[in-house]
Design a protein around this ligand. Structure first.
Ligand SMILES: [Zn+2]
Length: 208
């Protein structure tokens, strides 16, 4: 079973993908996390990707294809993909190479997206995630589990968030807007709770 989760930043697609991955015992592949791993490891691809992200751009398709394809090849029995495709050409590429069963579109308005992302922090030591809106640390700025300093991702500053929202509306908004009938397309209201959304996705898969 191949499942896609699409949505604006902060729509919770990564969180939902992780829950779904546990529930269905399928690997979760996040293109954002893949890129960050390449960047952290300073691979050839990572250095190129970094130069795009640094300028607030989406990474060019050819590099994304290489990275995603190398990863998807490892999982012939199914996957849950989040963060890809982000453009219509990427959608075409994916559909030409893989059979997609479900596409879940997580809808969230820009204001709420901005609010959620700008409240996001992680631990500089152990990488635990925090959000000042719904997962506050006990002590401000300090990680509950290891006492490390909490920091924001470099691209989670207001300037970058706005840039990413703009890119989202230019490019990603048009992806999978209409199903060709080969997969089930479901729009989800991403302003609801994590558990409600998870349940809706599971029910949808069960019913189909
Ligand atoms: Zn920590």
């Amino acid at each position: 079973m191949n499942i896609l989760l699409i949505g604006v930043q902060g729509s919770g697609k990564g969180t939902q993908a992780k829950l779904l991955s546990k529930k269905l015992n399928l690997p979760h592949i996040s293109s954002g996390e893949l890129f960050r791993a390449h960047i952290d490891n300073k691979t050839e691809l990572g250095i190129i990707a970094d130069s795009f992200i640094n300028r607030g751009h989406l990474v060019a398709d050819e590099y994304v294809y290489d990275m995603v394809e190398a990863e998807l090849k490892k999982y012939p029995n199914g996957f849950i993909l989040d963060g890809f495709p982000r453009t219509v050409p990427q959608e075409k590429f994916l559909m030409e190479h893989y059979k997609i069963d479900y596409v879940f579109w997580l809808e969230l308005d820009d204001d709420e997206s901005f609010r959620r992302i700008s409240s996001r922090f992680h631990c500089s030591k152990c990488d635990s995630d925090y959000n000042l809106l719904y997962k506050k640390p006990v002590k401000a700025g300090i990680c509950d589990s290891c006492g490390g300093k909490l920091i924001q991702r470099r691209d989670d500053t207001p300037e970058y968030i706005l840039k990413r929202l703009e890119k989202f509306h230019q490019k990603t908004r048009n992806v999978f807007m209409k199903s060709d009938g080969s997969y089930l397309l479901k729009e989800i209201d991403a302003s609801r709770s994590i558990e409600e959304i998870h349940q809706q996705i599971i029910n949808c898969i069960k019913d189909n």
